[in-house]
Design a protein around this ligand. Structure first.
Ligand code: C2E
Ligand code: C2E
Length: 91
């Protein structure tokens, strides 16, 4: 079995996400929009997502979770330092 563990919440910066080119950020933007709709939460500048969701997003982007985390930091969507905080246990 695999387990995703995290000691800190994954917090997406929605303002940065909204200013990225759609061809790069599109899948992530749609995923975040869906979560906002499910929560009825449309007002935030940030959105906390489940650690499991990062793993799903990595599959969508055809990257490892670590690679996607680095990309999200490059895009300014995640705060620097997350790659050492988010851990993906098991496999
Ligand atoms: P659900 O997974 O059955 O969760 C039902 C309710 O449990 C949520 O209603 C929320 O009030 C609470 N809940 C579950 N997990 C957490 C958590 O880690 N932290 C907090 N603070 N509360 C939690 P809510 O927020 O209205 O969400 C409704 C449904 O939308 C959820 O049903 C789930 O199917 C989906 N959803 C919402 N946010 C996410 C997300 O970040 N990722 C995913 N994959 N689904 C989400
Ligand atoms: P996590 O699953 O990695 O979720 C991280 C954060 O995403 C949560 O922090 C919450 O801010 C947000 N989140 C995730 N799912 C939902 C949701 O369905 N609705 C809403 N409104 N927000 C959501 P939080 O609440 O501090 O929870 C920290 C950790 O505690 C979660 O990490 C999860 O491992 C656990 N947890 C909290 N509530 C529940 C729950 O209802 N069911 C389960 N299975 N785990 C929960």
């Amino acid at each position: 079995s695999s387990a995703v563990t995290s000691t800190t919440k994954i917090v997406l910066n929605l303002e940065s996400l909204g200013s990225l080119p759609a061809d790069e950020a599109g899948p992530l933007a749609r995923y975040a929009s869906t979560i906002q709709a499910q929560r009825h939460d449309y007002n935030g500048k940030v959105l906390s997502i489940r650690a499991e969701d990062l793993k799903s997003l990595a599959i969508i982007y055809d990257m490892s979770p670590d690679e996607l985390t680095s990309r999200l930091i490059e895009w300014g969507v995640l705060s620097p330092g997350m790659e050492s905080i988010v851990g993906f246990g098991g496999d």
